[in-house]
Ligand binder design. Structure first.
Ligand code: BG6
Length: 519
């Protein structure tokens, strides 16, 4: 029987002591998709689990015409459809009274005057001591306006004011390149202190992603092997089955490099490769992640062709059904050169990882949903056995949809014997040790947004990205974007439902490796 009350030993003891504080969560873009699918269900689940403070309220702010009653209806529908836990009607009746709405346009200064008044009313009704969290679930072009208007309206408390806090949460994408990211960060930092800014990368909120650190630094057995002497290469894959869906408006001008590599996947890479931190303090963790980004070998015109493959999905199949190619998706330009797939060969130029290639890839409309990290170890230095061709010792960290660890080893199979008189011809059988976290802990996973919202309320910054960390990632990604601008050929094509273009397999095959599903 799974021990449902067990504390996950992999994430326990992370020196996190603050608890969520009473506050009002103000959601700019309160009528949008992110709010309906993720934010309101996250708030609801945490409230239902008893994790939110009693004096807590939500104020949605958006252009859509709604009042409190209609907004509560909007919230209820979102929760019914997207919540981890079903709607509990008795609980909802009390909880919905804490949800409020203010209609208006973000570029109208009057709305900030009204916002201040509404906040004061809500705070006095629910005995909230003036703590405010502003969640910007809005297009990046509106960030500057919102942030400066909040400040101008006197809604931002100084960071050293102990009577109440103001915190701001910003969604990706922050910028399209280094320069625009710097601009957004400058605006944020001119109006809020860095400790008040929570830049969300929802991958950092996934428990499975946090388990990377817990596995590496909560166990002493991995560290001695975690370097170029024992690891010959690493693969990071985030494959999605879905196509662009209804998000073409954003995605067609972003592409896989901006959408996934610059943030989520470079974060995964940093967690896998970083040096052991001496504490879980936010700035220590963020410095360590950033050190890896600083060591990434630049992609230049000389190494570009050997290190980068970009592609776009053509027509194909998804679960046996015909699906259109990317250029035929609603809202996508028919001559779009946006990449929906990218594979990269990356080196981390430091002592630990010298010479170890990291192959990273992500794409939409691939053969299966799979996010995993495969650590491939070097063979035994002196072979007294034969191992099956292509097999290696591997540690596979499954992030989703499977969630667990696999250790691939070699073993003598039943009744196997080396031929009489031979010294070393016996072939070993590949075997696997499996740890399935869902089976082991038997508990339902708390969603990334739930965890991250609680962290903001508690003032924990570890799982949020600092401005310099983010700019480092852009600095490394930018030459790839520049090279594509100058490349008339555009992306290759792969069939929807496949595992990507053959050029990606060829890139890794040149180094005598194969992607995990091909080996
Ligand atoms: C988002 C990207 O940040 O992450 C999406 O914008 C992508 O394009 C999504 O589909 C993947 O997240 P998850 O949690 O489903 O792996």
């Amino acid at each position: 029987m799974p021990d449902t009350k067990a504390i996950n030993p992999l994430t326990a003891g992370m020196n996190i002591t603050q608890t969520p504080q009473p506050c009002t969560l103000v959601i700019f873009g309160g009528g949008g998709d992110l709010t309906r699918r993720k934010l309101l269900p996250a708030v609801y689940n945490q409230a239902l689990d008893g994790e939110l403070p009693a004096n807590f309220a939500v104020l949605g702010l958006a252009i859509e015409e709604m009042d409190d009653t209609k907004y509560r209806e909007f919230a209820r529908k979102g929760i019914e459809q997207f919540s981890r836990q079903p709607l509990n009607t008795a609980f909802w009746t009390g909880f919905e009274k804490r949800i409020h709405y203010l209609q208006g346009s973000f570029d109208n200064p009057d709305i900030y005057v009204q916002l201040k008044q509404r906040l004061e009313d809500i705070e006095s009704q629910f005995s909230i001591p003036g703590n405010r969290v502003f969640y910007l679930a809005i297009p990046p072009s509106l960030i500057e306006t919102c942030v400066s208007q909040l400040k101008a309206a006197g809604l931002v408390m100084p960071v050293d004011d102990n009577s109440a806090f103001s915190r701001i949460i910003v969604e990706k994408p922050i910028g399209r390149d280094l320069e625009s990211a710097r601009k957004v960060n400058a605006t944020l930092c001119n109006n809020f202190a860095e400790q008040q800014i929570y830049r969300i990368d929802h991958y950092l909120g996934k428990e499975t992603v946090q388990n990377i650190l817990a596995m590496r630094f909560g166990n002493a057995i991995f560290e001695p092997l975690w370097n170029s002497k024992y690891i010959d290469h690493v693969q990071i894959t985030v494959a999605e089955e879905e196509g662009v869906g209804t998000r073409a408006g954003y995605y067609d001008s972003a592409g896989a490099l901006r959408d996934m590599i610059q943030n989520h996947i470079l974060q995964l890479l940093s967690l896998i490769a970083m040096e052991p931190p001496w504490t879980m303090d936010a700035d220590v963790i963020r410095d360590h992640r950033q050190n890896i980004l600083n060591c990434l070998r630049p992609i230049t015109s000389e190494n570009f062709d050997q290190h980068v493959v970009r592609a776009q999905y053509g027509p194909g199949f998804h679960h046996g059904e015909d699906v259109p190619g990317y250029r035929r998706e609603a809202g996508v330009a028919q001559d779009s050169v946006t990449e929906t797939y990218i594979a990269l060969k990356v080196f981390i130029d430091n002592w630990r990882w010298a010479g170890v290639p990291f192959y990273i890839r992500t794409g939409k409309r691939l053969g299966a949903r799979d996010a995993s990290i495969v650590i491939n170890f070097r063979p035994a230095p002196h072979a007294i056995y034969q191992s099956p061709p292509g097999a290696a010792n591997r540690l596979v960290i499954n992030l989703q949809p499977k969630d667990g660890l696999e250790l691939h080893l070699f073993s003598q199979g039943a009744n196997q014997r080396a031929p009489a008189g031979s010294r070393s011809t016996q072939t070993l059988a590949p075997v696997q040790l499996d740890l399935d976290f869902d089976k082991r802990f038997g508990t339902e996973r708390v969603g990334a947004y739930e965890r991250l919202l609680l962290d903001v309320l508690a003032g924990r910054l570890n799982l949020f990205v600092r401005s310099d960390e983010q700019e480092c990632a852009w600095r490394w990604v930018e030459p790839i974007l520049d090279a594509w601008k100058a490349d008339a050929q555009g992306p290759r094509t792969y069939a929807a439902g496949s595992w990507g273009p053959s050029a990606s397999s060829a890139m890794i095959a040149k180094d005598n490796f194969c992607w995990a599903e091909e080996c």
